[in-house]
Ligand binder design. Structure first.
Ligand SMILES: C[S@@+](CC[C@H](N)C(=O)[O-])C[C@H]1O[C@@H](n2cnc3c(N)ncnc32)[C@H](O)[C@@H]1O
Length: 342
């Protein structure tokens, strides 16, 4: 278990909600991170906003809506794969496993994994890590559904969450990183991030990665620019968040959502495009922003992978693929890795 002493060093506070559910939050206000990061990223020649800022309360709600859009095949395809592999996955989980989940969100997919673990084990420990406060509601829902589940949430960035996980001193872990969130890292940073995950794991632990595969550009672009405009709203919510939290004067009507598939780089690129020449003032950081007509703010990359690429990344990061599952259309892959080189 995590010791109190270590947590104090890390400046986290613990909130015990019930005897089976507690969560940790950094003591320092996240707001200052937003101020610092936005001040830097919007002052660059090529303006950008880090995708982690999508997930305030409104953004997390919008993401849930995206997950059930007809064009957004990712969620339903990954759920379909996870539902079909329960008995196969169960064979690899010999002994007692704790479940760690990076970017757990609504924890809908988590249920597929918990179904396997809670039927095999008397007790299951679950460690969701998510930057969004959505973690609290998702955890309470799981807590009420599973009597033998103990939840320790970490509301923070992946990296600091992984530091916590490294301190866990008990049985084996199944670390899940679903939703193709690895695709938000460029390949170089993706490799560095996989190394961090690997570093938080020990011999006998397993890593389950859900990753979107390269496919037809139209299918990809529709998934990130849906006909009902929910993804556009999700993207534009970044500007509303900056207005709310940093007292800025962004006007939604002066921007449009853009999502294109860059075939060479195998990635969806998402931007907010300024429709007119105009200025925006961000009061909290005293920043005046000048936008040209057509100027882009980059908000997200979503890299798409091939199976050989996934295997290569694994090789570079100390993971060994144990099993690769795909859906019938080859749209999405769920890969189970063991760790080596410890
Ligand atoms: C694309 S959603 C995936 C949610 C869920 N795993 C799924 O597959 O549907 C990404 C999730 O990761 C969280 N997230 C995004 N960036 C993060 C970061 N840098 N650190 C921690 N959590 C992050 C978001 O709040 C969100 O819940």
């Amino acid at each position: 278990m995590i010791t109190k002493q270590k947590l104090e060093i890390k400046n986290y506070k613990k909130i015990a909600v019930t005897p089976r559910f507690c969560y940790f939050q950094p003591k320092a206000e996240l707001k200052s991170t937003i101020a610092q990061e936005i001040s830097y990223s919007l002052s660059q020649k090529n303006k950008f906003i880090h995708p982690k800022f999508f997930y305030d309360e409104a953004g997390s709600d919008l993401f849930e809506k995206i997950c059930s859009l007809p064009e957004y095949y990712l969620t339903r395809t990954e759920i379909e794969i996870l539902s079909s592999i329960k008995s196969e996955l169960s064979k690899y989980l010999v002994g007692d496993y704790a479940l760690v989940e990076l970017g757990s969100g609504s924890s809908i997919k988590t249920r597929k994994l918990l179904k396997v673990l809670t039927t095999k084990q008397n007790d299951v420990e679950y460690y969701p890590i998510d930057i969004s406060n959505i973690l609290k509601d998702s955890s309470i829902n799981l807590h009420d559904e599973y009597d033998n589940l103990k939840i320790t949430g970490i509301i923070d960035q992946y990296e600091t969450g992984l530091e916590f996980i490294r301190q866990l001193d008990h049985k084996e872990k199944l670390v899940a990183f679903l939703g193709s969130s690895l695709g938000n890292f460029d390949p170089e940073n993706g490799i560095e991030f996989l190394k961090k995950i690997r570093f938080s794991m020990r011999k006998g632990d397993l890593f389950l990665l859900g990753i979107d595969l390269v496919k037809d550009a139209k299918i990809l672009e529709n998934a990130y620019d849906d006909s009902s405009g929910v993804t556009a709203e999700f993207n534009l919510n970044l500007l509303s968040r900056i207005n709310r939290e940093l007292d800025a004067t962004f006007d939604h009507d002066k921007f449009e959502h853009v999502a294109i598939f860059n075939k060479r780089q195998k990635r969806i690129e998402m931007y907010l495009k300024s429709k007119v020449k105009h200025q925006v003032f961000v009061s909290a950081i005293n920043l005046l922003l000048k936008f040209k007509k057509g100027e882009l703010i980059h908000t997200e990359y979503s890299y798409k992978y091939t199976i050989p690429q996934i295997k290569k990344m694994a090789q570079k990061t100390g993971f060994k693929p144990v099993q690769i599952w795909k859906d019938k259309k080859n749209y999405f892959a769920v890969v189970l890795f063991s760790v080596y080189g410890i």
